[in-house]
Ligand binder design. Structure first.
Ligand SMILES: NC(=O)c1ccc[n+]([C@@H]2O[C@H](COP(=O)([O-])OP(=O)(O)OC[C@H]3O[C@@H](n4cnc5c(N)ncnc54)[C@H](O)[C@@H]3O)[C@@H](O)[C@H]2O)c1
Length: 367
């Protein structure tokens, strides 16, 4: 008998410009034939872009895709940031060409944010746009990278310098993927979750789990609330000109710190430090009180760093912040959250204030 598609635990409808697609959240769905039959539709070929370690973790998902009857091609790309290169993009095009992959065939991204960024880029540029489904396997990809349609490739001159806006047809979110995720990766994803709590939905901050203990149910709800928050900010603004910019909370300083650390920090760890910095800046610029302590408290609860350990100087961070492509001099582009659940844009601070905030909360302790 045909297996019925079980009801999703939750579906968030993502509206991004003219595109509307479902983010379905259901435990165990990546191993279900019904899920994949519906996702594959009438595609003759499914190209699964994944990395070797991820493929080894999810043989059930790969097997089930093949059982849909579509021809399955697996493109194993290097793990982590090494996947996001033009060389790897070129190799993907070669495989798609050999497979005579058409626009009505389907690209499936199975992996973390590096895989969804790469696969999104490949799908968006293949014959000017092939079908795309995301099956994110890290918390960061579930709550952030797989939602909203940003794709990105790194160039020798910088991270994510080449990219497109391209929405998937659906996102298949399955919280059971998190059971194998190392605690450090879970924490990295939790930074983006906490960000959503500060800029949009304070209820998130009351649900924070201890990543060292398995608390699957909490993640399900946290993923749902974080994606709802992101979806709301996206709906009027696909290309980063309106409210979507609030999602950059903690990222202006965070990405500068991530780069200055030589990428020894995980993205979420750097964003955590960026949020502490933005919180202190908010206090100095607006007179708000208790924002830094509240931010540090939320980050402490999940074991994220609140003070720099890597040797990053204020000058390095400041210079890199000026180069941020989302920062426009003289125009409000630095995100502050004066109160849980709210965000506002401020102009880049004067250098002296920026330095004071750094010295107050980030400067590594002298040993
Ligand atoms: N497009 C966007 O809007 C957006 C938003 C945020 C971040 N990003 C991008 O996302 C990337 C970071 O994503 P990430 O943190 O997921 O990193 P990642 O994709 O490198 O995954 C981290 C590690 O986790 C492993 N892994 C993946 N799933 C696993 C699982 N279920 N169990 C055990 N291990 C697993 C991977 O093999 C990898 O080694 C960056 O390149 C960043 O630029 C994009």
């Amino acid at each position: 008998m045909e297996e019925a598609v079980p009801p999703a635990s939750a579906t968030v409808v993502i509206r991004a410009g003219s595109a509307t697609y479902p983010f379905t959240l259901a435990s165990g769905q990546l191993g279900r034939i019904g899920t994949w039959r519906e996702a594959v539709g009438n595609a003759r070929t499914v190209a699964v872009i994944t990395s070797r370690p991820v493929a080894a973790l999810f043989p059930g998902a790969l097997r089930t895709i093949a059982e849909t009857g579509a021809r399955r091609v697996v493109l194993e790309v290097p793990d982590g940031e090494d996947a996001k290169t033009l060389q790897v993009v070129g190799r993907c095009y070669q495989v798609l060409a050999q497979a005579r992959f058409t626009r009505s065939d389907l690209v499936v991204a199975l992996g973390g944010g590096t895989v969804t960024d790469l696969a999104g880029f490949v799908a968006s540029t293949w014959k000017r746009g092939a079908r795309l489904v995301h099956a994110p396997t890290t918390l960061l990809a579930l709550v952030d990278a797989a939602v909203g349609g940003k794709t990105g490739i790194n160039l020798p001159s910088g991270k994510n310098l080449a990219g497109t806006f391209y929405q998937p047809e659906r996102v298949l979110a399955d919280d059971t993927v998190l059971t194998s995720l190392p605690v450090r990766e879970l924490r990295s994803g939790l930074a983006e979750v906490i960000k959503c709590g500060f800029i949009a939905d304070p209820a998130i901050l009351d649900l924070l789990p201890d990543p060292a203990r398995a608390q699957a149910q909490r993640y399900l709800r946290l993923i749902e609330l974080s994606v709802r928050a992101k979806a709301q900010l996206l709906s009027d603004d696909v290309t980063d000109r309106g409210l979507r910019r609030h999602l950059n909370y903690g990222h202006t300083a965070g990405q500068a710190i991530e780069t200055a650390s030589g990428f020894t920090l995980r993205h979420g760890e750097a964003v955590a430090l960026g949020m502490v910095y933005a919180a202190r800046l908010c206090e100095l610029l607006t007179g708000a009180r208790g924002v830094t302590a509240d931010t540090q408290d939320a980050l402490h609860r999940v074991g994220l760093p609140t003070r720099l350990q890597a040797a990053v100087s204020f000058e390095q961070m400041w210079d890199l912040m000026q180069q941020d492509k989302k920062v426009s001099p003289g125009r409000p582009s630095f995100v502050l959250s004066p109160r849980r659940g709210t965000a506002t844009l401020a102009c880049m601070p004067q250098r002296e204030i920026a330095r004071a905030a750094f010295d107050d909360v980030l400067r590594p302790e002298r040993r």
